[in-house]
Design a protein around this ligand. Structure first.
Ligand code: 2HA
Ligand code: ZN
Length: 271
């Protein structure tokens, strides 16, 4: 069997196409990274190369020896299904954590996403807080979440509370809320550090006027998380467009919901 038929490549193609169909990833918008299990990748040893080595922006010892399947810089999500080996790549972080080698894909000379720093630093934080279970970091330009960043107060507590109110499932799906950082220049180390810092407490981070970062143990979970938040954001956009809330789920009800589902709501959101 070829690597293109592996579950990880098939799942990646599916989720990226779903994101494109959702309308979240115009042009080269969005990027996904998936930390692969070593044994899974090594089954395809015969197809792995290793001649291209690229320095990392920083020394990431925590990720030494890890394999990532990642989308390419400048690549369009809508083309991944047509040419996965051009638009995706598998890289392995070196043992000293200072560089990575391209093992598969990026066959036109491409490289990982410009947001690779934010992905890698977020992986480190999410691995720490989930005891290594978290394997996926996903960035996308989810339309309604971006729209709301123009009208809601940009605090973690406010954004989280507004979304929790928009669908009963939200608090259950993201009890640890959505971290909000200030607007920053994308692709740089500063925004990567700010994002990863929020990832210590939250599974999702909002980049105002730009998009969202979501994480999860697998592609389904990361996609489902963003999809749930984006759906709530769409409802809020409609509610605000209809003149605003006339009634909502109260804090008391949200607390009862959390208790009923055995989740702990992020501190400082419910009164
Ligand atoms: O890859 O989404 O944030 C394009 C982007 C940059
Ligand atoms: Zn982006």
């Amino acid at each position: 069997m070829s690597i293109k038929e592996s579950n990880f490549i098939k799942e990646m193609i599916k989720v990226i196409n779903d994101m494109w169909i959702k309308g979240w990833d115009e042009r080269n918008g969005g990027n996904v990274s998936y930390r692969l299990v070593k044994e899974e990748v090594e089954q395809y040893k015969k197809e792995l190369r290793g001649e291209r080595k690229i320095e990392l922006f920083s020394e990431l010892k925590e990720l030494a020896g890890e394999y990532f399947l990642v989308t390419g810089t400048g690549k369009y999500f809508r083309n991944v299904i047509l040419e996965p080996d051009v638009n995706l790549g598998i890289v392995r972080i070196s043992e000293d954590g200072k560089s990575y080698t391209i093992l598969w894909g990026f066959t036109d000379g491409g490289r990982p996403t410009s947001e690779f720093p934010a992905h890698l630093l977020s992986h480190i934080e999410r691995m720490n807080v989930t005891e290594g279970k978290n394997r996926v970091v996903m960035h996308t330009h989810a339309t309604n979440l971006i729209a709301l960043s123009y009208v809601l107060d940009l605090t973690t507590e406010n954004f989280t509370k507004q979304l929790w109110e928009m669908s009963t499932e939200c608090l259950v799906v993201f009890p640890d809320g959505i971290g909000v950082i200030p607007w920053m220049i994308p692709g740089k180390e500063e925004i990567a550090i700010a994002t990863a810092e929020k990832m210590r407490k939250h599974s999702m981070v909002l980049w105002p006027f730009h998009g969202i970062f979501g994480t999860g143990k697998n592609l389904d979970e990361a996609f489902g998380l963003i999809d749930t938040a984006e759906k709530a954001a769409e409802i809020l956009v409609k509610v605000l467009s209809m003149g605003g809330k006339k009634q909502t789920i109260s804090d008391k009800e949200l607390k009862a919901l959390a208790e009923g589902f055995g989740v702990k709501p992020l501190d400082g959101v419910l009164k």
